[in-house]
Design a protein around this ligand. Sequence first.
Ligand SMILES: [Fe+2]
Ligand SMILES: [Fe+2]
Length: 307
Amino acid sequence: MRIAHLSDLHVLALAGVPRHRFLNKRLTGYANLRFKRNHVHRSSYVESIAKEIARSKIDHVVVTGDLTNLALETEFQAARDLLEDGLGLSPNDVSVVPGNHDLYTAGALKSRRFTQFFAEYIQSDLPELAAKTRLGPFPFVRLRGPCAIIGLTTAVPRPPFVASGTIGKLQLDALGKILSHPEVRKRTPVILLHHPLHNPPSKLKTLMEGLTDADELAAHLKAKVAADGLVLHGHLHRRQSKALSQDRRGIHVVGATSASLHHENRDRMAGFNVYEIAEDGKVGLVDARVFDADKATFETASIPVLA
Ligand SMILES: [Fe+2]
Ligand SMILES: [Fe+2]
């Protein structure tokens, strides 16, 4: 089974949005977009990636959050259109989890905007095991071939300049039950979450932009996953790979860069990751396709492995 992983689309669609919608945290976000982000994030790159995935032999696509910039309806619609029209796959074969930008404001959480726009992309095969989170039922589980794709939400509305995430006890408890389910146990778990499992060394940085309960998630995985696994994330806008721990090298923690990012550093330039999981559940190939904007082509590249 071949999985394509893209992340952090940061789709921009502000046309027609009334001004009063910016009279909150979006004001700082909007300034950031106008003066910084708009120059480096290009939706046309995401379109090229979607087309390349449609051309490749991919069985399932996963998207690890930050599909939007300011969690506006117009952005959610544009991101959904990109997936729907570009990938040529049914929502059954595309799984999506939210990022901090998709829950940019308290209103986005209250209205469950993400859950509504991506309802078909988060439908669970084991709905009875989901926790009732404020965003809706999570984690979702999609049993596909040798894989059990498990989507967590780590996104929570935060004050300006804070981008950290939290899984929360409800979801962690549900995840424990999901990982023990016989249909999941006989498959390779592919865990999707926006924030990386490995936090920065500084505690302050973790509180500002990390995953506050990463240790609890790692403990669950160490206790419950017997063989190989994938933990896929975004958020860093950089592709990288790291084993869960020295003793659990079969569990790869892999980040995808932003699918819309223009960057001189090849490890950050837009593209997507590809994973191959054999019928016996072993994780085989893990590599990346990097977009070459001048030639409008993709080159295969290895993903930097962190010690
Ligand atoms: Fe992002
Ligand atoms: Fe993010």
